[in-house]
Every structure is written in structure tokens, then in C-alpha cells.
Design a protein around this ligand. Structure first.
Ligand code: B12
Ligand code: SF4
Ligand code: SF4
Length: 233
């Protein structure tokens, strides 16, 4: 197994491979022998995982170009399909195993992100980033047998601890965001009503939009609409 010394070369090359797609390397986790690691395609346990994702609307131009170019408007789950078309060739080129957040059995993407980026969950269930707020997500991960140097950032400030008004809790018209967590049933019921169609479905989740953190990274109206369609299914 190669040690962490050569990690930076691999990570620079990976970073460069994803630039055209607006996909960012979000962090690296390494697994000790006694920690649960995902299984590589050859059946061995991964030594490390590189998390990949979007920051704000970073992936949207590349995704829209792909959708427009090959007339895939009817593909089911187009963003997940796009993620695979972008990430799988890179995984093959680097001898890595690709994992996708949408593929069962679900890999613990949020646990990985907590370890790699030091993030914590917001009341919406989404991890909140001190800079990007609620406007980021994970498009995949690459598992390597080798141990790449982890990007441990230590404990970050959790923005929700410094948000006295917590507008995400009070702004949801369906009261679906509770201190105990997000309730999908009242949310989906509301999204089917005329008020839901004119409000959240048209302009994005009101509670997510109410968060004061990372407003510069907020998704475009098109991207918001796309994610709301997926949530309301
Ligand atoms: C199932 C699922 C949901 C279910 C939640 C059911 C549930 N109670 O777990 C539903 C459909 C409600 C949901 C909704 C959304 N989700 Co979701 N979801 C997932 C998925 C596919 C699996 C979660 C899981 O069980 N993982 C397996 C366990 C072992 O992994 P884990 O890391 O330990 O899981 C943690 C989560 O389950 C979390 N959790 C528990 N309850 C809930 C509830 C919600 C709403 C969320 C988001 C997380 C969450 O706590 C676990 C412990 O840390 C993940 C992808 C993934 N592979 O993790 C995305 C994921 C968690 N979702 C994500 C997102 C963005 C959303 C939506 C915003 C999408 C949208 N279209 O609007 C909404 C959030 C609703 C809102 N209020 O805005 C992102 C979160 C990114 C981030 N910044 O943290 C993920 C990581 C997918 C991605 N591609 O990035 N989601
Ligand atoms: S509004 Fe406040 S409590 Fe809610 S997610 Fe944003 S920072 Fe956290
Ligand atoms: S989409 Fe609308 S109903 Fe659902 S949680 Fe967000 S604000 Fe509440």
C-alpha cells in the first residue's frame, strides 16, 4: 500500500480532471483497520475515500450542456446519470471504485462529509457549511486501496449555533422542519397544494431559502426548481 506521501499528486490530478464539470474534491477520509470502510470493486476494503461534490451551482452549466446536447430530457434521474457519466471514467483512469449517493445500498455520504469537512447537520437534515451554507451537495466518491492523507479540518464552527432566530424552523408553511428533524410527509402534502405549487415548488424550499448562511452560493431558479421536482415525487 502506498503511504500518504504521494497523496498530493493524485489529488491534484483528480482535481484537474473534474474542473471542466464543476465538480470539486470535497475532502478525503482514510480508514483505520478497525473502522468500517466501503468495499472496493475487487472485494477489498478501501483505505481511503475522496468525496466529490458541487459548491453552489458549480455543476449546473456542465449538467445543462449535457442535457441539451444529447436530448436526455426523458432520462430518469438525469443528475444522477450525469454524475455517473462524469465520475466513472475518472474512476477507471485512476484505478478507483466509484460510489454514488443515489445508489443502494446507500453509502454514508453525510458521515464521510462530517469526517472530511467537519460539518454538522442543520435542522433540514442537510449538512451546513460555514461558507456555502445549505448550497452544496455530494455527487459521488472514489474509493482507493491506498491511504491518501485525510483532510481533517478539526472542529469547525457550526453555523446553527450562532443563529438565534433560526428562520428555517419558523418559515416552513407545512411545519415540516422541527427541532427534531425534517418530516417528509407534511412537506410532500403541502407541495401538492396550490400554495405549495406557487411557493416552494416555484421558488425552492422556503425554509432552505430563509437560511442567512452562504446566500452567495444559492442555486439558480432553474436548479432550485429541478431539486424541488425531485423532492415532490
Ligand atoms: C434517503 C435520503 C433522503 C430522504 C430522507 C429520509 C431519511 N429520514 O433518512 C428524503 C427523501 C426525505 C431526503 C430529502 C432531501 N435530501 Co436526501 N438523501 C437521502 C440519501 C439518498 C440516503 C440517506 C441515508 O440513509 N444514507 C445512509 C446512511 C448510512 O448514511 P449517513 O451518512 O449515516 O446518513 C445520514 C442521513 O441519513 C442523515 N439523515 C437522517 N434523516 C435525514 C433527513 C434528511 C432530509 C436528510 C437530507 C438527511 C437525513 O442522518 C444520517 C446520519 O448522519 C442521501 C445520500 C446518501 N447516500 O447518504 C441523500 C442526502 C442526505 N440528501 C441530500 C439532499 C440535498 C436532500 C434534499 C435537500 C434534496 C431535495 N431534492 O431537495 C432533501 C432535503 C429536504 C429539505 N428539507 O430540504 C444530500 C445532503 C447534502 C448535504 N449538504 O448534506 C444527500 C447527501 C445526497 C447528495 N447527493 O448530496 N433525502
Ligand atoms: S437558518 Fe439558522 S438554524 Fe436554520 S439552517 Fe440556517 S443557520 Fe442553521
Ligand atoms: S419544501 Fe416547503 S413545505 Fe417542504 S420543508 Fe421546505 S418550506 Fe417546508
Amino acid at each position: 500500500m502506498t503511504g500518504p506521501a504521494a497523496s498530493s499528486d493524485v489529488l491534484s490530478e483528480l482535481r484537474a480532471a473534474f474542473v471542466p464539470h464543476g465538480v470539486f474534491l470535497r475532502g478525503v477520509i482514510s480508514f483505520a483497520a478497525d473502522q468500517t470502510a466501503p468495499v472496493l470493486k475487487d472485494g477489498r476494503a478501501a483505505g481511503s475515500v475522496v468525496l466529490l461534490g458541487n459548491i453552489g451551482g458549480s455543476i449546473w452549466p456542465a449538467f445543462e450542456r449535457w442535457r441539451g446536447a444529447i436530448a436526455v430530457r426523458d432520462v430518469q434521474n438525469p443528475l444522477d446519470t450525469w454524475s455517473k457519466t462524469v465520475i466513472e471514467p475518472v474512476a477507471r483512469a485512476f484505478g478507483a471504485t466509484a460510489y454514488f449517493p443515489s445508489d443502494p445500498p446507500w453509502q454514508p455520504f453525510q458521515q464521510w462529509a462530517r469526517r472530511a469537512e467537519g460539518l454538522e447537520a442543520s435542522p433540514l437534515g442537510i449538512l451546513i457549511h460555514p461558507e456555502y451554507g445549505l448550497w452544496h451537495g455530494y455527487r459521488g466518491a472514489l474509493g482507493f486501496e491506498r491511504v491518501l492523507a485525510p483532510t481533517l479540518l478539526g472542529n469547525r464552527e457550526h453555523p446553527c449555533n450562532h443563529c438565534p432566530d433560526k428562520p428555517c424552523l419558523s418559515s416552513c408553511p407545512a411545519r415540516a422542519i422541527l427541532p427534531s428533524g425534517f418530516q417528509i410527509a407534511p412537506c410532500r402534502t403541502h407541495l401538492r397544494t396550490p400554495g405549495g405549487k406557487a411557493g416552494c415548488m416555484a421558488a425552492g424550499c422556503i425554509a432552505r431559502n430563509a437560511c442567512p448562511v452562504g446566500v452567495d452560493y444559492r442555486y439558480s431558479p432553474e436548479q432550485l426548481h429541478f431539486h424541488m421536482d425531485a423532492l415532490s415525487l
